[in-house]
Design a protein around this ligand. Structure first.
Ligand SMILES: Nc1nc2c(ncn2[C@@H]2O[C@H](COP(=O)(O)OP(=O)(O)OP(=O)(O)O)[C@@H](O)[C@H]2O)c(=O)[nH]1
Length: 307
């Protein structure tokens, strides 16, 4: 333990004032009893004007209520209470009309109950650290890890997560959910004859048609290579079939219109829907894949369904 008698009161006050992150003393009722530090001007404005105000004077009702809950939680926790939160100018009273930064600022709050009353109330020490940069990086990395770089569609990893989620919804609510798997016919040949770049363009064009043609609730993903999967929530196989057929025609039209693939190219697809006996999404994916195999076997440029 540091021997505080080594420092004068003025030195301790100066030391607290020099803390890079702001440290708020907040009472149970949400009053800013004191503020120390916050000298890192890259991240913080001078907060001294807050002293004596209440959270409800500064923040809009929802956000103020959330802060009140966190103070209460820290006071009962009996240990450090750590929270992450975002502040946007819409959260701050009087800043709604274009004032303040556009971007959301993220903070980590480390909230510790004080063992003594402040101005007659229980109180906490709330240290706020600006974590916006790491939050942005985290979001970017997550997006990259879930996105196919060539088409910007969801990648296999994201698709599997979506299939798991929708299988769970199906298992609970029995909402019809269809899965289409398709690939471009003779794609290897396209690469060999027209070049890898033309092949890439065909994959990108196929993804664009998926984005344009499907409902916002449908979930197109690139499984890998020239293979795509469309997850169609709230859609029975019967209703998914005309959608799949339309997609097949539009993709063929688009690939022909590219003009870089000779006569263009077609797709083959297999369609199925989740069934009561399925044990996981893998069962419906397997049926759709088997149907795709039959579509190839039967001559390509068609959708085969297992409805
Ligand atoms: N241009 C390009 N080609 C790729 C990419 N990923 C995989 N491929 C190629 O896509 C081809 C996939 O061929 P397959 O799906 O096995 O077979 P196919 O020729 O389409 O034949 P069918 O599916 O039976 O009609 C392979 O030659 C891969 O090398 C990519 O990102 N870009």
């Amino acid at each position: 333990m540091t021997d505080l008698s080594l420092f004068s009161t003025e030195q301790i006050a100066a030391l607290l004032a020099a803390l890079p992150d702001p440290a708020f003393i907040l009472t149970r009722s949400g009053r800013y009893a004191a503020i120390f530090g916050g000298t890192d001007s890259r991240y913080y404005h001078d907060g001294s004007g807050l002293v004596g105000k209440s959270i409800g004077d500064v923040l809009n009702a929802d956000k103020a209520a959330w802060f009140g809950q966190q103070i209460a939680a820290a006071l009962t926790a009996d240990r450090l209470h750590v929270v992450e939160y975002a502040l946007h100018r819409n959260d701050i009273k009087g800043m709604e009309d274009g004032e303040g930064p556009d971007e959301t600022i993220w903070f980590e709050g480390r909230v510790q109950a004080l063992g003594y009353p402040v101005q007659g109330e229980d109180a906490v020490l709330w240290v706020a650290s600006n974590i916006t940069a790491s939050k942005k990086l985290e979001t970017l990395l997550r997006t990259q890890s879930e996105t196919d770089s060539l088409t910007s569609l969801a990648n296999r990893r994201k698709l599997m997560a979506a299939l798991t989620e929708h299988y769970d919804l199906y298992a609970r609510y029995k909402t019809p959910t269809s899965v289409l798997i398709f690939d471009i016919d003779n794609f290897k040949n396209i690469n060999d004859v027209y070049g890898h770049l033309a092949g890439d363009k065909a994959i990108i064009a196929t993804a664009e048609v998926c984005r344009d043609e499907l409902r916002i609730t449908d979930f197109p993903a690139r499984l890998g290579g020239d293979e795509f999967v469309i997850l169609m929530p709230h859609t029975s196989c019967e209703h998914a079939l005309p959608i799949a057929e339309r997609l097949r025609q539009r993709i063929a039209d688009h690939l022909r219109a590219l003009g870089t693939l000779g006569d263009g190219a077609t797709i083959s697809g297999g369609l199925s829907e989740m069934e009561p006996d399925d044990r996981s999404y893998e069962d419906v994916l397997k049926r759709a894949d088997d149907a795709l195999y039959r579509a190839k076997h039967d001559g390509r440029n068609r959708i085969v369904h297992h409805c």
